[in-house]
Design a protein around this ligand. Structure first.
Ligand SMILES: Nc1ncnc2c1ncn2[C@@H]1O[C@H](COP(=O)(O)OP(=O)(O)OP(=O)(O)O)[C@@H](O)[C@H]1O
Length: 223
């Protein structure tokens, strides 16, 4: 599994929100996007997910060029901003609707997913009555449903209570597998150090630093 981003530039109106981004992502690693509010983390994630068309550059996923060889990445799970769930249904019912669209996911798997994200005690509660942290947990469940090759999580620990943070952290670390690329955005540097194998630091739409610390073979690539 690999993703190559070449000379990616995205403009919104006259503002350049991503500037000449060049990055490589490989399976087996958790990549962290770090930077201040508005630096372009979400926009980069949207581009990788195929939700936004860049003005320049390309995104190549396993040799296939996004928007040329395929309209969307073939196997991707996303948690970006507030996921749209139906308030009148429970978390399990919401997941079931998504699972039916995707196909090949059993009810048992959905129950397991809810347990994994710490929602198994509220299977009867409707999404509309969920707390912010519960909504976030369901969003993570939806993003990892069906075991996608690429998992993108924008601020996954946001709104999770203190006890839940370690639980969600362990869940994310446990998702790491050889064939999977995980990309998370987080503005908290300490959290990022606990979660990511490589960190991509962004500022004003540019990548200003790439560094890795969990794997000895990854040194500071770019200072
Ligand atoms: N729909 C939009 N219309 C206009 N400008 C946008 C839009 N979406 C994002 N932007 C701009 O693009 C830039 C990057 O935004 P982005 O959401 O990627 O930042 P971010 O790093 O994810 O920030 P945060 O940490 O607050 O989520 C910002 O200047 C933002 O104002």
């Amino acid at each position: 599994m690999n993703i190559t981003i070449k000379n990616l530039t995205k403009k919104i109106k006259k503002e350049t929100v991503l500037k000449d981004i060049n990055l490589e992502f490989h399976g087996g690693k958790i990549y962290g996007l770090q930077g201040k509010n508005g630096c372009g983390k979400t926009m980069l994630m949207r581009c990788i997910a195929g939700l936004v068309h860049p003005e320049q550059g390309e995104i190549i996923i396993n040799g296939k060029v996004l928007h040329k060889d395929m309209s969307l990445p073939e196997s991707i799970g996303l948690l970006i901003e507030n996921p749209a769930f139906l308030p009148q249904y429970t978390g399990l019912q919401n997941l079931k609707i998504l699972a039916d669209l995707q196909g090949g996911i059993s009810y048992g798997e959905l129950e397991e997913l809810l347990e994994k994200v710490g929602l198994k005690d509220c299977t009867k509660k409707k999404f509309g009555a969920y707390s912010l942290g519960m909504k976030q947990r369901l969003g993570i469940a939806a993003a990892i449903m069906g075991k996608p090759d690429i998992i993108i999580l924008d601020e996954p620990i946001n709104a999770i209570d203190e006890n839940g943070v370690e639980e969600i952290r362990q869940l994310i670390l446990g998702l790491r597998s050889e064939d999977r690329i995980i990309i998370i955005a987080c503005h908290d540097r300490a959290e990022m150090e606990l979660l990511a194998d490589e960190v991509i630091v962004m500022e004003n739409g540019e990548v200003i630093e790439e560094k890795g610390w969990k794997n000895a073979d990854v040194e500071n690539v770019q200072a």
